[in-house]
Design a protein around this ligand. Structure first.
Ligand code: SAH
Length: 349
């Protein structure tokens, strides 16, 4: 698929034509990764962050947020619960900060790998090469790091560099690959200043990076962030601006599936947030094959506020699990078995 075709799909608004795209994506999903929907237990282990990203509620200047970092025994307990619920993977996500040191995290990964058969996915932001190498050595299997947008000027505006600089997310993704991680990335859809053209580039970059996992959700304004409060006058024409709309998310999921047939693609929590009734199901029917039940203890969950009104905020892990399994069965799919790593060979059914 060429950029022109991707762009045409992104601008398509006729429901009958889009139904064709979605059917094709669903068919490729079935052929390439099957009917299993992998459940990845998400643990938001800390909301402490030293960065100033203009879109994210965890940003350091947001003083209105009660900060926490879970203790290692507590995290291990939740990981064991993930295994007991039948999940193949635990995802450890956090703000980017020294609150999570390299050795502390390495010990934690080691103990989770010793005590369970879970695949461990990390989503801890931009870290030094030595931390990433040491966590891989400790047994971490996968790393999620969204590049957020492939437009360098837009990226620079929304994601100021950290104090120590660092190589940037695309370089980090390549290093993570070289270290032997499965790599995941993705973008927000409808960032103020994001053009259709740049979103088409994002999709082609997913293919170029040969991503194992692709997570995309709508940009959701957070009132305690510059981007959520004011947006900005971005200087692009109104009809070039990608809307943070539900339909756009489905188009991106479907196109990502066509461009990267074997990738693991979640129906994200942000998608479930803009359509709490059946956003996840529609994502799964239009190319996605992963959902991420939230395992974060209730005590912490409401403080991990990257954007407001997150779906499933009040649910306990066991309720979340039951609800997601019922949703999977209702659309004629089955919970995935095993760790659900990236397949390199298509399966034909
Ligand atoms: N500190 C880690 C994890 C951040 S949260 C990191 O930076 O990688 C994971 C993702 O949430 C981010 O990559 C971003 O794409 C998304 N996110 C953050 N703020 C958001 C917002 N206001 N609306 C929608 N998605 C958001």
């Amino acid at each position: 698929m060429h950029k022109r075709e991707v762009l045409t799909w992104l601008k398509e608004s006729d429901p009958a034509v889009l139904a064709g795209l979605y059917a094709q994506a669903d068919c490729v999903r079935k052929q390439s990764v099957g009917d299993g929907v992998h459940l990845r237990g998400l643990l938001e282990i800390s909301n402490i962050c030293s960065r100033h990203c203009s879109y994210c509620g965890l940003r350091a200047p947001n003083l209105g947020l009660k900060r926490y970092r879970m203790g290692a025994p507590e995290i291990l307990g939740c990981a064991i619960q993930a295994a007991e619920l039948g999940y193949g993977t635990v995802v450890l996500q956090a703000g980017e900060s020294d609150a999570i040191t390299g050795p502390w995290m390495a010990d934690l990964v080691r103990v989770i790998k010793d005590r369970t058969r879970l695949a461990v996915t990390l989503s801890l932001g931009e870290r030094t090469h030595s931390d990433l190498a040491c966590w891989r050595e400790a047994g971490a299997d996968r790393y999620l790091l969204r590049f957020e947008t492939s437009d360098p000027a837009l990226y620079a505006r929304i994601h100021p560099p950290g104090v120590s600089g660092g190589p940037g997310r695309l370089t980090l993704l390549r290093s993570l690959r070289a270290l032997g991680y499965e790599i995941g990335s993705g973008v927000m859809i409808g960032i103020p200043g994001q053009t259709y053209e740049s979103l088409a580039d994002d999709l082609l970059l997913f293919r170029e990076l040969d991503l194992d996992m692709i997570g995309c959700g709508p940009f959701l304004p957070h009132p305690a962030t510059p981007l959520g409060r004011d947006g900005w006058c971005s200087g692009i024409a109104a009809d070039d601006q990608v809307p943070p709309a539900e339909e756009m998310v489905y188009k991106v999921i479907a196109l990502a599936r066509l461009l990267c047939p074997q990738a693991n693609i979640p129906a994200t929590t942000a998608l479930a947030t803009i359509n709490q009734r059946n956003g996840r199901e529609l994502g799964l029917m239009r190319g996605a094959n992963v959902v991420m039940p939230n395992l974060t203890p209730e005590l912490y969950r409401r403080h991990y506020e990257i954007y407001p009104n997150k779906a499933c905020l009040a649910e306990r892990p066991s309720d979340c699990d039951g609800c997601l399994r019922a949703r999977i069965h209702r659309i004629g799919r089955v919970p995935g078995a095993g760790p659900g790593g990236r397949r390199r060979e298509p399966i034909h059914v």
